[in-house]
Design a protein around this ligand. Structure first.
Ligand SMILES: C[C@@](CO)(OP(=O)(O)O)[C@H](O)COP(=O)(O)OP(=O)(O)OC[C@H]1O[C@@H](n2ccc(N)nc2=O)[C@H](O)[C@@H]1O
Ligand SMILES: Nc1ncnc2c1ncn2[C@@H]1O[C@H](COP(=O)(O)OP(=O)(O)O)[C@@H](O)[C@H]1O
Length: 283
């Protein structure tokens, strides 16, 4: 499959994350601002006439059947009532359990691309509904535009946050989203505000205190980065980020960073590179 198209599965940042309450099913009501960044996994997807879904990738601790790519493909296959299958190769570049949504984005790319290659003609809304059954983070990636999100993260208001440069630190720990949301000490009553009143400095990440208590590596990364710019965690961690106006400023800070925080420099994107790629390819 060497010459085939490499479909992008971009990462996201939660520019802030407030928890407003808890639903009866245990899921949390939240407000967040999603922006994509120019770091991505790559998927090669070959449609087949046979119904098997074959994933060529080995992820530590994840069985093929549990991989969100396979789960997404099978869900779409059932929903679209197709007997077509696929051979999918994954080039995993995004750290896992890092709060940048790599697994969710892999699932969304699978849904968006196979919907086209299998010619199922599901709408974006239908894809988002299927995606939400796989994970609360999947709909933003099928949606494809930066957005202010509410509900469990699937109700969107369009947003155009500044496309800053970011220094992203990737501490060597994987954080379980379920574990953080299960914590009795998680703040769950932040008042809601209107999207138009968003201001980075007046918001925060409500998961940050709990995560830094359990994962000293995340606390250390934040302590280092906050000396240079307002820094915070994305999602339930482990990654932390800080915005900069220019690439040069971001690279200067990243160059000073201790290697254990594995710094990356990336750009905020308000349009998903997957959706740009699909428009360019005309598939
Ligand atoms: C926190 C966020 C913010 O963008 O991102 P990550 O840090 O995971 O990237 C997301 O809401 C995560 O989305 P995702 O990673 O898809 O989570 P899911 O698989 O749906 O849920 C994992 C577990 O987290 C809890 N959960 C998740 C979302 C939510 N709004 N309330 C919850 O209580 C539930 O216990 C659920 O079983
Ligand atoms: N394709 C995939 N890529 C990454 N993780 C996956 C994938 N499929 C299933 N998972 C599981 O989902 C978990 C969360 O993955 P990920 O999306 O990378 O983190 P986060 O939710 O913190 O952004 C992983 O630890 C792994 O167990």
């Amino acid at each position: 499959m060497n010459n085939d198209i490499r479909y992008l599965a971009p990462a996201k940042l939660n520019l802030f994350l407030h928890i407003n309450g808890r639903r009866d099913d245990g899921y949390h009501e939240l407000q967040t601002l999603f922006q994509f960044i120019d770091l991505a996994d790559e998927l090669t997807i070959l449609p087949t006439k046979e119904p098997q879904i074959e994933l060529r990738a080995v992820l530590a601790g994840v069985n093929s059947e549990d991989n969100l790519i396979v789960r997404a493909a099978k869900l779409l296959q059932a929903h679209g009532q197709t007997k077509q299958g696929a051979i999918i190769e994954l080039n995993k570049r995004l750290p896992m359990g890092a709060g940048i949504g790599g697994g969710s984005s892999d699932a969304a790319t699978t849904l968006v691309v196979l919907n086209r290659l299998w010619q199922l003609h599901l709408t974006t809304t239908e894809l988002a509904t299927l995606g939400c059954a796989l994970g609360a983070d999947v709909p933003i990636f099928t949606h494809g535009h930066a957005a202010f999100a509410e509900g469990i993260g699937e109700q969107f208001t369009p947003a155009e946050p500044e496309c800053c440069w970011y220094v992203l630190l990737t501490p060597p720990v994987s954080v379980s989203t379920a574990r953080i949301f299960a914590s009795p000490d998680l703040p769950r009553n932040t008042p809601k505000f209107a999207p138009a009143q968003y201001n980075f400095k007046k918001t925060r990440n409500d998961c940050q205190t709990i995560v830094t208590q359990h994962y000293p590596e995340v606390a250390q990364a934040l302590d280092w980065l906050v000396e240079y710019a307002p820094a915070r965690m994305t999602g339930t961690g482990s990654c932390v980020f800080a915005p900069f106006t220019t690439e040069r400023q971001a690279r200067t800070v990243a160059m000073r960073c201790p290697p254990e925080f594995a710094p990356l420099v990336c750009r905020g994107l308000n349009q998903s590179p997957l959706h740009e790629q699909i428009a360019r390819l005309g598939i």
